[in-house]
Design a protein around this ligand. Structure first.
Ligand SMILES: C[S@@+](CC[C@H](N)C(=O)[O-])C[C@H]1O[C@@H](n2cnc3c(N)ncnc32)[C@H](O)[C@@H]1O
Ligand code: SF4
Length: 410
């Protein structure tokens, strides 16, 4: 039976478990925002959300704002620095900053003056323990200046939003991107910086031919890792999607075939499947234990991640919190009221913490805890072992779902 057919048999939508539980389970903050617990001495990471983009891609599910207005970018950085101050002053005793992550939107699209101010704000926080930060990048606008700016913040990993290599498939979703953009963006990286690529399966017009053409592009561009995401529905964009192009989606059978063709290419080019859509180059700079957090993959454990910016999530071992998702509301809290822009907060229960541990066992260590062993199909495990088999790596989400049932039924 083909991989596509097996995936179809076990099709099960739902949580992708990059954090747990989902924000829909968190409590809304009423009136006064609680002060958030500080990181422990184990150190912490910072995630900064930059929402701005030049144009909308009609598949995009991220929290974005189309704006190239310098003043708007500067105002946002001012709010970020106020938020950082409110949070930073509470860190006592000071704990090591392990890494900085920029997500978006398009961090490299931030106005140059705003980037400069942000660097002035963040530069002094960088210490001896800071390393291996990451940044989401739109390859159409990535320059050597951006790479140098990021280098000053010890950012060494860049996820290029590639999505597909076919310019017709891309322009149909309002993304005008050529192979030249990708090559130029790669050349802009400094020698010590490494490149990942976000690719999507399930875009309108993707087919066997277009997918099989990925082979030569991936061989030439040779990213160090690949994030291969299933296209998620974006209900608030449905009314405009067909106005920009033909947004007819492939059916479920075809979607899993697209996934299978992608995986065959990655494996033939020497990528190791980490599960949940992540593939790393064997013996490359990321071929090591990776920890999955809400804002990406980390080579360090980073038990506390401080989220700054609109919609950003903060996660500590015992709690989770999210900032306002509406930009004006976020700005109002900081610039007019000088208070934390907290929208939701959640204290984790013991069982939810058990779920966090399960993510680590399954995603980072590729093992199935004893508790689940009997409930997981045998072919997803190596014989006589708790290690997840090569086939099982494609079913980590299903294994997590079995884990969720097991933990909450107990
Ligand atoms: C912040 S963007 C990446 C950086 C930059 N804005 C760009 O597009 O090049 C983050 C990634 O989320 C993924 N993404 C966006 N919308 C999605 C959707 N509806 N379903 C699945 N993945 C999506 C894309 O692969 C995208 O590269
Ligand atoms: S995919 Fe990237 S560039 Fe396109 S709208 Fe989303 S965040 Fe912006």
């Amino acid at each position: 039976m083909t991989l596509a057919k097996k995936l179809l048999d076990f099709h099960s939508p739902g949580n992708r478990f990059s954090y747990y539980p989902l924000t829909s389970k968190w409590e809304e903050v009423k009136k006064t925002a609680p002060s958030l617990p500080s990181p422990s001495t184990e150190g912490f990471g910072i995630y900064i959300h930059i929402p701005f983009c030049r144009e909308i891609c009609t598949y995009c599910g991220c929290n974005i704002k189309i704006s190239n207005q310098k003043e708007e970018h500067l105002q946002y950085v001012k709010a970020l620095s106020m938020e950082k101050k409110l949070r930073w002053d509470k860190i006592n005793p000071p704990s090591d900053l392990l890494n900085i992550t920029f997500g978006g939107g398009t961090p490299n699209f931030l106005n140059p003056k705003a980037k400069e101010l942000l660097l002035e704000e963040l530069g002094p926080l960088i210490g001896a323990q800071t390393s291996s930060g990451q940044m989401e990048v739109d390859p159409r606008y990535f320059t050597r200046e951006d790479a140098q700016w990021a280098f000053a913040l010890k950012i060494n990993r860049f996820n290029f939003g590639v999505q597909d290599f076919n310019s017709e498939i891309l322009s149909n979703v309002n993304r005008r991107q050529s192979l030249d953009h990708l090559h130029r963006a790669k050349e802009a990286l400094l020698p010590q910086q490494i490149m990942g690529m976000d690719l999507l399966w399930g875009l309108p017009k993707q087919d066997e031919r277009s997918m099989k053409n990925w082979y030569s592009h991936l061989k030439t561009l040779a990213p160090d890792w690949i994030s291969f995401y299933p296209l998620a529905k974006v209900p608030w964009l449905e009314s405009i999607q067909n106005a920009y192009g033909d947004f007819t989606l492939p059916d479920r059978e075809r979607k899993y075939e697209l996934y299978q063709w992608g995986v065959e290419i990655f494996e033939s080019l020497g990528y190791r499947n980490q599960g949940m859509g992540h593939f790393v180059k064997k013996n490359g700079p990321l071929d090591q234990t990776l920890y999955r957090k809400v804002s990406g993959l980390f080579p360090q454990k980073t038990p506390y991640l401080m989220g700054l910016g609109v919609s950003a999530i903060t996660e500590g071992p015992d709690f989770m919190a999210q900032n306002y998702k509406i930009l004006d509301r976020y700005l109002f809290s900081l610039l007019k009221k000088n208070e934390l822009p907290l929208f939701k907060f959640h204290k984790k229960s013991q069982k939810e913490k058990q779920m966090n541990q399960l993510v680590e066992d399954i995603f980072s260590h590729h093992t199935i805890p004893e508790l689940l062993k009997q409930r997981v199909p045998e072919e997803w495990r190596e014989p006589n072992s708790n290690d997840i088999s090569n086939l099982g790596l494609h079913f980590k989400k299903n294994i997590m779902q079995i884990g969720e049932k097991t933990i909450f039924e107990a």
